[in-house]
Write a protein that binds this ligand. Structure first.
Ligand SMILES: [Cu+2]
Length: 156
C-alpha cells in the first residue's frame, strides 16, 4: 500500500510531462526586435487576442504577406521607422516582411493560437510562393525555419 504523502509525490511526478508538453499555456504578448536585417525571434507564438510589439524599427517596417495570412486575419503595412503593436484575433500562421529589406529576406512569422492542420497551411503557402516567385521567394527560408521551430514545439 502506498502512503498518502508518497501518492501525492507520484501524482505530482506524473503531472510534469503534461506541463512540459503544454507550452502554449504560457503564451503571452510577444516582442520582436529588429536587429540588423533580421527580426528576432523569427517566429513568435501568441494566443488569439494577444499582441505582438516590434521594437528597434528604425529603417524597418512590417508588411503582412497577403497570400500568407489566415482568412480574415489582420493585415499590416506599417510606417517605416515606427515601433508598433498589433493585436491578432484570428488563429493561424501569419508571414510578414520588412518592405525595404525583403531582398535581404528580412521577415518573420506569427503563430496565433493552435492553427488547424498547420502542415496544410505551410503547403498552401509554399504553393503561393511558387505562384509568385518574384514577390514571395524570400518567404521560403522563413517558412522552413518556422516549420522547424513549430516541429520542435510539437505543433506539427
Ligand atoms: Cu528592415
Amino acid at each position: 500500500m502506498i502512503r498518502p504523502a508518497r501518492r501525492a509525490i507520484l501524482r505530482a511526478t506524473l503531472a510534469l510531462p503534461v506541463l512540459a508538453t503544454a507550452p502554449r499555456l504560457f503564451a503571452a504578448d510577444a516582442t520582436v526586435q529588429a536587429v540588423g536585417v533580421k527580426f528576432e525571434p523569427l517566429t513568435v507564438y501568441i494566443e488569439p487576442g494577444e499582441k505582438v510589439s516590434w521594437e528597434g524599427m528604425i529603417g524597418h517596417n512590417v508588411e503582412t504577406l497577403g497570400a500568407m495570412i489566415p482568412k480574415g486575419g489582420v493585415e499590416m503595412n506599417t510606417e517605416l521607422g515606427v515601433d508598433v503593436t498589433q493585436q491578432f484575433d484570428v488563429p493561424g500562421i501569419y508571414l510578414y516582411k520588412c518592405t525595404p529589406h525583403w531582398g535581404a529576406r528580412m521577415g518573420g512569422v506569427i503563430v496565433v493560437g493552435t492553427p488547424e492542420d498547420p502542415q496544410a497551411t505551410l503547403d498552401e503557402y509554399l504553393s503561393a510562393i511558387e505562384a509568385d516567385r518574384a514577390g514571395l521567394l524570400p518567404a521560403k527560408g522563413l517558412l522552413k525555419k518556422a516549420a522547424k521551430d513549430m516541429q520542435e514545439r510539437g505543433l506539427i
